[in-house]
Design a protein around this ligand. Structure first.
Ligand code: AMP
Length: 221
């Protein structure tokens, strides 16, 4: 099964993708997380993308598609029962490349779920967001802090604010989302695979809505 989550930064896509990994046995393919891991490891790719990430701009499509392809090859080798995409595709050419990659595997995207959320809530979430620099676990200083401040509950890694959660980079990323990513909903809607969930709810309720869409087709907007 292949699922695409679409929503602006702070809508909870990453958290929901983690939950789907547990409930459906799919692989999470989060291009943002993959790039941050490359940067933390100091690889050539990491050095190439560091400045782009900090500015909130998009990494070139060929680089992004290559990193997704390498994860899909792990799915091919039986590592998971499909994938949930978080932060990919982000524009039309990535969406087309994903279609080609899945088609070559005799597969297709089964569900596209839009996580809708008000802008006010988004800004509050993003400014309080903290992320483990080692495993990518997401926290919030007000309603989901780590048990020990600054230390990841999951792996003991350092929990910090993302370099691109600054007001300028947040604004840039939201503008890119509105210009390039939101239009993908129309691209997928033609296939009748798009549903919307209310992202302004507690994360358990959002997960329940997503699972009901995936498992029995209900809850679609
Ligand atoms: P995210 O964690 O999804 O907010 O992504 C963080 C940053 O990684 C973005 O602001 C981009 O610089 C880069 N990035 C993540 N996914 C993509 C993508 N699909 N295409 C291009 N750049 C991406």
């Amino acid at each position: 099964m292949y699922i695409v989550l679409i929503g602006p930064q702070g809508s909870g896509k990453g958290t929901q993708a983690d939950r789907l990994v547990n409930s459906l046995g799919v692989m999470k393919i989060s291009t943002g997380e993959l790039f941050r891991a490359e940067r933390a490891a100091g690889t050539e790719l990491g050095k190439l993308v560091a400045g782009i990430l900090d500015a909130g701009e998009l990494v070139p499509d060929d680089v992004t598609i290559a990193i997704v392809e390498s994860r899909l090859e792990e799915v091919d080798r039986g590592a998971a029962l499909g994938a949930v995409f978080d932060g990919f595709p982000r524009n039309l050419s990535q969406a087309e490349a994903l279609d080609v990659a899945l088609d070559g595997r005799g597969a297709a995207i089964d569900h596209v779920v839009e996580i809708a959320i008000s802008e006010d809530k988004l800004v509050r979430r993003l400014s309080g967001r903290r992320v483990c620099s080692n495993c990518g676990a997401v926290y919030h200083i007000d309603h989901a802090p780590p048990s020990v401040p600054g230390v990841c509950d999951r792996c003991g890694g350092k929990v910090e604010q993302r370099a691109d959660d600054t007001p300028e980079a947040i604004r840039r990323r939201l503008a890119i989302f509105a210009e390039m990513t939101r239009p993908l909903l129309a691209y997928y809607a033609e296939r009748g695979i798009v549903s919307q969930v209310d992202g302004d709810q507690p994360m358990e309720a959002v997960e329940k809505d997503i699972l009901s869409i995936i498992q029995d087709g209900s809850g679609a907007a």
